[in-house]
Design a binder for this molecule. Structure first.
Ligand code: GLU
Length: 460
């Protein structure tokens, strides 16, 4: 007779085989989409204990359903450049999962955008949004348009053309886009103006990240960066560590990075490096955030300009070199797969204590596995960067109620949400047999909320 342990092991092996089968189907259906495969694999690999405890998820084919987007829209975006030439880009919107609310997720304008990138981001968004506790489903969109070097008029015409098609598929109770890489307040403004013109009505809740003067929420701009630091602060506290007097490296110099640096500095950290897609700056005495804000938010310049004003700082022409700067806490806030195994090894050998992902999927599988193996505190993006979309949901709530909360009110709510995401991820990790592993905890906590809602709504 088999022992209970042997029975359990065989059972787990069957579940593992089932998960591998689901993953193989994803690969077959979506060939050559490596980022999408990576995001799906990370989630599926975490789910064995959740499926062991909830076998009805298997009977109800939740995995097979959750990996398949409800809808993928691909469209032509024609526009006229300043020379009078007609240009064509490709636009996307993935409406991934609406089990717990209208599709919600940003729009990315970047030349690397393709179906794989948008699907990986949309898939991540399902679980991230569920973790926030807010009533928002998962979606994502974008275009392979490169905003770099484009005039304001070109940006406006592109946004208008993009929205002419997108407007057919979105609405305050259907799908609510926002910003992401390459899409900030200016772009959201142009997108909103075009949507309003087409609809002939002021539907404030159709987009978030709007300007404060026409329905935007205070603290939305700061939310992702602040949220990442709030999350990491909880994780550090739990391990008798803190930001005060620590050395911090933050990649990127966009919206997420700037406000992660601001909050970390406020908590007493010395932030010594940040970057853009061309290179990084190292300022041993501490980055001057006012200079970075002016260069990036006002003058839209490259980060190497910083050293002209701060001659003690060093600029290096290699963005991934930033991970060789010794630090206690690293906050990758730039883009996907920016920390590979090699960079992770350098961080570990330089004594890093904690990683907090402000970007979406900034660490590769190999890098994450190394951090976990070396017992480095690791805050996964799905949980740690959920502050942006959380405040987007608060923006939707304010729009529905036709009122606006103070900065303090929104910031306090954000802080509470990030603490509860941390707690829920930590508790799920413990409940499902992986104490301290926030990757597993965040994936399971987000998954269970969506899976239960899908089951309650039947096979649709
Ligand atoms: N693009 C952000 C994210 O990755 C924000 C999305 C939103 O506010 O809808 O979560």
């Amino acid at each position: 007779m088999k022992s209970l342990e042997q029975v359990e092991q065989t059972h787990n092996e069957h579940i593992d085989q089932y998960i591998q089968h689901v993953f193989e189907t994803v690969k077959k259906r979506n060939p050559h989409e490596s980022e999408f495969h990576q995001a799906v694999k990370e989630v599926l690999d975490s789910l064995i204990p959740a499926l062991v405890q909830n076998p009805h998820y298997i009977n109800q084919a939740i995995l097979e359903r959750i990996v398949e987007p409800e809808r993928v829209i691909t469209f032509r975006v024609p526009w006229v450049d300043d020379q009078g030439h007609v240009q064509v880009n490709r636009g996307f919107r993935v409406q991934y999962n609406s089990a717990i609310g209208p599709y919600k997720g940003g729009i990315r304008f970047h030349p690397t955008v393709n179906a794989s990138i948008i699907k990986f981001l949309g898939f991540e968004q399902i679980f991230k949004n569920a973790l926030t506790g807010q009533p928002i489903g998962g979606g994502k969109g974008g275009a392979d348009f490169d905003p770099k070097g484009k005039s304001d008029g070109e940006i406006m015409r592109f946004c208008q053309s993009f929205m002419s098609e997108l407007s057919k598929h979105i609405g305050p109770d259907i799908d609510v886009p926002a910003g992401d890489i390459g899409v900030g307040a200016r772009e959201v403004g142009y997108l909103f103006g075009q949507y309003k013109k087409i609809r002939g009505g002021f539907e404030a809740g159709v987009l978030t990240g709007k300007g404060i003067g026409y329905g935007g929420s205070l603290a939305r701009k700061e939310a992702t960066g602040y949220g990442t630091v709030y999350f990491v602060e909880e994780m550090l506290k739990d391990n008798d560590l803190c930001f005060k007097d620590s050395t911090v490296v933050v990649s990127g110099s966009g919206n997420v990075s700037i406000y992660a640096m601001e909050k970390a500095m406020e908590l007493g950290a010395n932030v010594v490096a940040c970057s853009d897609s061309s290179g990084y700056i190292y300022d041993k005495k501490g980055i001057n955030l006012n200079t970075v804000k002016r260069l990036k938010e006002v003058e839209h310049k490259r980060i190497h300009e910083y050293v002209k004003e701060h001659p003690d700082a060093i600029y290096t022409d290699d963005p991934s070199g930033i991970w060789s700067v010794p630090c206690d806490i690293a906050l990758p806030c730039a883009t996907q797969n920016e920390i590979d195994h090699h960079s992770a090894q350098i961080l570990v050998s330089n004594g890093v204590k904690a990683i907090g992902e402000g970007a979406n999927m900034p660490s590769t599988h190999e890098a994450i596995n190394l951090f976990l193996k070396e017992n480095i505190l690791f805050a996964p993006g799905k949980a740690a960067n959920a502050g942006g979309v959380s405040v987007s949901s608060l923006e939707m709530a304010q729009n529905s109620a036709r009122l606006s909360w103070s900065f303090e009110e929104v910031n306090n709510r954000l802080h509470r949400i990030m603490k509860s995401i941390y707690r829920n991820s930590k508790d799920a990790a413990e409940t499902y047999g992986a104490p301290g592993n926030l990757v597993v905890g965040a994936n399971i906590a987000g998954f269970v909320r969506v899976a239960d809602a899908m089951i309650e709504q039947g096979v649709i």
